[in-house]
Design a protein around this ligand. Structure first.
Ligand SMILES: [Mg+2]
Length: 226
């Protein structure tokens, strides 16, 4: 099979490692720009709490700011545009071994949203060798459908073999994959933890990355049976 992965909160623990640090930076940056906050520690706690159920850091900042929304761009820029390569970032457990195992049986690709240099830096920091993927697309454009199509066009998987997409965000990662007739695996970690996907979009749900091996056994059997 051809397997297309998402990066943040699917292979690496972005929400756990980077987001809390960057939200603190964003808060400080917005305060420096004039945002009035009485108790910074308390404000940070509130921001983290809002972030727990937010679909993105940007959404969390937006909700946090309320009527002070004019600081949103300053905060967002800090979160998304200023990721230091010094920040710690870990892969989820089992990711490195599982990817290595899968790569001997399947073709792997990565479609990730964000600045290309930062996405590659995060992979490197997490110990993921990007060369394990036959194709990597890092794009700031949030619509993944055209990127999935580009991967398929480029790698040309056999017509009777399936394409499987694994990601944490149902609307962003999995809905466009389903539209293209791909098999979808919902990684319920990070941002994905708060959302349960409808069964017409989500074929499988996993909480541990290595569980994807069981799914691939099932799907490979189906391909052989065709
Ligand atoms: Mg993600």
């Amino acid at each position: 099979l051809l397997i297309i992965f998402d990066l943040d909160d699917t292979l690496i623990d972005t929400s756990g490692c980077i987001t809390p640090i960057k939200l603190k930076d964003a808060l400080e940056r917005m305060i420096a720009a004039g945002l009035k906050i009485e108790d910074e520690a308390e404000a940070y706690r509130r921001l983290l709490q809002i972030n727990q159920n937010a679909l993105s850091s940007r959404q969390a900042l937006k909700e946090f700011l309320g009527t002070e929304g004019h600081f949103l761009e300053i905060g967002s820029q800090e979160v998304y545009g200023n990721i230091s390569p010094q920040l710690p970032i870990e892969p989820f457990s089992g990711v490195i071994d599982t990817l290595a195992e899968l790569s001997s049986l399947h073709q792997l690709a990565l479609v990730t949203q964000g600045r290309s240099d930062q996405q590659f830096a995060k992979m490197k920091k997490a110990g993921i060798d990007y060369r394990i993927f036959s194709k990597v697309i890092a794009s700031e454009n949030s619509s993944k459908k055209i990127h999935y199509q580009a991967v398929v066009e480029d790698l040309k998987p056999a017509a009777d073999s399936g394409v499987l997409v694994c990601g944490d965000k149902v609307a962003v990662d999995l809905a466009p994959a389903k539209e293209l007739g791909m098999i979808t695996v919902h990684m319920r970690r990070g941002r994905g933890k708060a959302q349960a996907g409808p069964s017409e979009i989500v074929d499988y749900t996993i909480g541990e990355f290595a569980q994807i091996k069981e799914i691939l056994k099932i799907e490979t059997t189906k391909v052989i049976a065709r």
